[in-house]
Design a protein around this ligand. Structure first.
Ligand SMILES: [Zn+2]
Length: 120
């Protein structure tokens, strides 16, 4: 599972639109569980995240039992890596539908306005 594909499992609301009740992007409820990567089925949980300084609030779904089987630390790790994917989500948003195979060209492209580096 590539980061870009993973980012497709994460829904979001644009922050600037406070009255928004439907997500800007909602992964199908039939998509995969973020924890076990199997097809989602009830009971599920929806976990919402608000990245610091982020442009949007994120959410993802997982099987209830998968999510609750994680330790607090485990959940935080997931949440951290989801927030980490916001950059992918932004990139994805700028791409036209069906251009997901272009992973190679974005490898070396400098990200303007970001000096942030993450290790690991
Ligand atoms: Zn699961």
């Amino acid at each position: 599972m590539t980061r870009r594909r993973l980012s497709g499992l994460i829904g979001y609301f644009d922050v600037c639109d406070r009255d928004q009740t439907t997500p800007t992007y909602d992964p199908s409820p039939h998509c995969q569980c973020l924890v076990c990567m199997r097809t989602l089925c009830p009971p599920m949980v929806t976990v919402s995240l608000m990245p610091k300084g982020g442009r949007r609030s994120l959410f993802f779904r997982a099987h209830k039992v998968c999510w609750e089987s994680l330790s607090d630390d485990g959940q935080r790790t997931y949440e951290g890596s989801i927030i980490d994917l916001e950059v992918e989500i932004e990139a994805r948003r700028l791409l036209p539908e069906g251009s997901e195979k272009e992973d190679t060209m974005s490898d070396k492209a400098p990200v303007e306005g970001t000096s942030e580096e993450r290790l690991g």
